[in-house]
Design a protein around this ligand. Structure first.
Ligand SMILES: Cc1cc2nc3c(=O)[nH]c(=O)nc-3n(C[C@H](O)[C@H](O)[C@H](O)COP(=O)(O)OP(=O)(O)OC[C@H]3O[C@@H](n4cnc5c(N)ncnc54)[C@H](O)[C@@H]3O)c2cc1C
Length: 472
């Protein structure tokens, strides 16, 4: 943890250097943007090129393309995959890749006009949440008074992406190209007049600003040659679509139990369907994928209900705290739903890791989403951080363009970076801290975390603050 803190604070200090702000727009564009020093062939020019058309890159293209202050700018989105097929809602079963999205993301989707499409497709509001410790009686529950507000929404990634694509229809300033893997980037600082990318087919394209939205293995970030902290949790997130047993007609609760091997979460998709995200060590994840369907369902139900060895003293202390500062809120909710079956072929597993780059921006280049930061899914924050980047970068570039500063004015880009560091770093550290704190059954640690969770649960203002911060 201290290594991460040192690393990240070093990043913030480096980023605060005023030196980077003194490079003027004229210096960056000493020759015309259409020229490139890497070859005699002029490259096709765009104002902005976004490398990577995942959820974050596509939403960024839409958000920039729809901003009136950027209406005079040409944007190109390059995606390596061969295309995107709109999900056939109604005929198809739920996708196994879903995201819990925050209020900030909800606002962004509304701003770009994608929310009505999401609502018309499939989305499930979460009204309650229970997080509990398998090694003690400690738990925390979240909900707004009288369920008056949603805590978050569970959306299939393809539904979100498809809804954003629909909004891109008719945005003339944005062009999308599939099967367009960026193989090489040249940044302005390499002596070029503009940032240039070379695609797998040999084609070259240049731009005033290159944005890396190309995921945690980002080529754009590698080309920037900045420090990038990475850590593998040696865990995988096993996902699946699950059918629930009778008695769960009002499925509006997100459940997460911290097992000594990692958290298991059940996220509501419909009245009788939920999505599983089970983080566990690699060998166990592989075993879970191999199990026949019945054994897999039994393993999931066991994980939510198994009684682990307890230390009586810890349960005694948490019971006393609860009775001392008990409140009417924070009571244990009804038991987690019983899983009846797993949807055929819905099981898959993804590696889990932590990543953070010391620098999000450079001359003619910047990073968004997992290309800049990667977190464990236990707090459902990964793509929400990316969407926060989208909102902030859109505002920054719109302001810069409107005031005639240009799209790669470094002082403006540094403002984007500093704004996002303030939000992303605390979330990253908290998520990593929770991951470390809960991946052990060592009694003193179990005792400390149980007391902390119990106190937090018994203090509604503190809980509300945490809920608002995490899902804002
Ligand atoms: C099991 C699991 C559960 C999760 N649950 C949640 C959740 O509930 N809430 C939440 O907020 N987050 C969640 N996350 C995190 C979330 O999925 C990621 O943060 C998010 O997908 C990152 O989006 P992105 O667009 O930045 O990157 P990516 O999804 O990695 O997209 C990158 C895109 O760039 C393309 N690309 C890559 N290289 C190139 C190249 N050279 N040229 C052109 N294109 C390229 C790729 O094809 C891809 O389409 C979860 C993650 C996992 C693993």
């Amino acid at each position: 943890m201290s290594r991460i803190l040192t690393y990240i604070s070093r990043g913030i200090l480096l980023n605060a250097k005023p030196l980077r702000c003194v490079v003027s727009h004229q210096q960056l564009f000493s020759t015309t943007p259409h020229e490139s020093s890497h070859t005699d062939q002029p490259a096709e020019f765009y104002d902005i090129i976004i490398a990577g058309g995942g959820m974050v890159g596509t939403t960024l293209a839409c958000s920039l393309g729809k901003n009136p202050r950027l209406a005079d700018r040409k944007i190109l989105l390059l995606e390596a995959a061969s295309g995107f097929k709109q999900p056939a809602i109604g005929q198809s079963s739920y996708s196994n890749r879903v995201s819990a999205i925050s209020k900030g993301t909800h606002r962004l989707m509304k701003t770009i006009g994608a929310w009505p499409h999401i609502e018309a497709s499939r989305v499930k509001p979460v009204l309650k949440m229970q997080v509990w410790d398998a090694c003690s009686d400690a738990l925390i529950t979240f909900n707004y008074d009288d369920m008056s507000e949603n805590i978050s929404w569970i959306v299939e990634n393809d539904v979100l992406l498809g809804s954003v694509y629909r909004q891109l229809d008719g945005v003339d300033t944005v062009k999308i190209r599939y099967s367009s893997k960026v193989e090489e980037c040249h940044l302005i600082r390499d002596g070029a007049a503009a940032s240039t990318v070379r695609l797998a087919n040999g084609e070259r394209l240049s731009c005033e600003l290159l944005i890396g939205a190309d995921g945690y293995n980002s080529l754009v970030r590698k080309t920037m040659a900045v420090d990038n902290f990475t850590l593998s949790y040696n865990q995988m997130g096993v996902v699946a679509t699950l059918k629930l047993g009778p008695g769960t007609a009002n499925n509006v609760t997100a459940w997460q139990r911290f097992l000594p091997t990692g958290p298991i979460a059940l996220l509501p998709l419909s009245d009788d369907t939920s999505s599983l995200v089970w983080s566990t060590d690699v060998a166990e994840a592989k075993r879970l994928l191999q199990l026949d369907e019945q054994s897999f369902v039994a393993a999931v139900n066991e994980a939510f209900n198994k009684i682990y060895p307890r230390k009586g003293i810890i349960d005694e202390v948490t019971k006393n705290i609860t009775s001392l500062i008990s409140s009417s809120t924070g009571q244990r909710l009804e038991p987690a739903p019983v899983v009846e079956s797993v949807v055929e072929k819905s099981r898959a597993a993804f590696p889990l890791g932590l990543g953070h780059t010391s620098t999000y921006v450079g001359h003619g280049v910047c990073l968004v989403g997992d290309a800049a930061h990667r977190v464990h899914p236990l707090a459902g924050q990964g793509v929400n951080l990316g969407f926060g980047d989208v909102q902030c970068l859109t505002d920054t570039l719109a302001e810069a363009n409107y005031s005639g500063l240009g799209l790669n004015n470094l002082s403006q880009l540094v403002r984007y970076e500093q704004e996002r560091l303030k939000h992303n770093v605390p979330v990253l550290l908290t998520t990593h801290g929770l991951q470390q704190l809960y991946t052990t059954d060592f009694a003193p640690i179990v005792g400390l975390r149980s007391v902390g969770l119990t106190i937090t649960n018994a203090l509604p203002p503190l809980k509300k603050f945490l809920m608002n911060y995490a899902m804002s």
